[in-house]
Design a protein around this ligand. Structure first.
Ligand code: PLP
Length: 231
């Protein structure tokens, strides 16, 4: 129990220090707990310590964890690859934001579902900023076309952009991924393709949150540094 609370304190001070170094307000960065494979009783400790934002990669994990955490108040984001046959579960498990929107088929099917249900959902466009073929996300050169298409679907409310940066021990190589996402957002806003409110940048993980914050991250997604190494 103490380890999780201490780890959160540690991550929060890393965030604060990174903000201070770059002259950003610490409240401009939200901490998301990346809770894949983490048991509900360990997640509970973090929420009871004051954390309010959770990201899951697999819909099935919401199915297992939601009931056990139902007495707690927190926001759920989906940060994994969503298969179209799981769309109805997004609503069922009360997902507030789908951070991993990256293809037109998914966009259309989501909209159809949410139209039918008479509600809407926040989305972020996931961009493959590292050009690794193993990663999901839109290639950067396809993002603007995609954003123009997204405007047609009024059940999907764009809040910003998400990326999983390059996995590399060179922080300068990692930084290039994050700079790329920031530049895309800035251009999308300045060219009027999206509204200035669509400014969220979900980027940065345990090993590189400082670099992400320097590049403008507004949400960092932290797993290992809080819950320890995944088995
Ligand atoms: C697991 C995961 C994270 C957190 O990674 P850590 O290195 O454990 O902090 C962030 N984002 C996504 C999409 C993940 O799958």
């Amino acid at each position: 129990m103490n380890d999780i609370i201490n780890n959160i304190k540690n991550v929060r001070s890393r965030i604060a220090l990174a903000c201070e170094n770059i002259g950003r307000d610490v409240d401009s960065v939200k901490l998301m707990l990346a809770t894949k494979t983490v048991d509900p009783d360990r997640i509970r400790i973090a929420i009871e310590a004051g954390e309010t934002l959770l990201g899951e990669n697999r819909i099935q994990e919401f199915a297992v964890k939601n009931p056990e955490l139902s007495d707690l108040k927190y926001d759920r984001h989906f940060i994994g690859h969503l298969q179209t046959n799981k769309i109805k579960d997004v609503l069922k498990y009360n997902v507030k934001c789908l951070q991993s929107l990256d293809n037109i088929e998914l966009m259309q099917k989501l909209d159809r579902h949410f139209q039918a249900e008479g509600c809407c959902i926040d989305v972020m466009v996931q961009v493959n900023t590292s050009f690794e073929s193993s990663k999901f996300g839109l290639s950067p050169d396809k993002v603007f076309t995609f954003l123009k298409e997204l405007k047609k679907y009024d059940t999907l409310k764009l809040t910003g952009f998400m990326t999983i940066g390059l996995f590399d021990s060179s922080m300068e190589a990692v930084r290039r991924s994050y700079t790329r996402l920031k530049d895309l957002r800035n251009r999308a806003i300045s060219e009027g393709i999206v509204s200035p409110e669509c400014k969220e940048l979900s980027m940065g993980m345990s090993s590189d949150l400082e670099v992400a914050i320097e590049e403008g991250a507004t949400i960092v997604r932290i797993g290992t540094a809080i819950f320890g190494t995944r088995i």
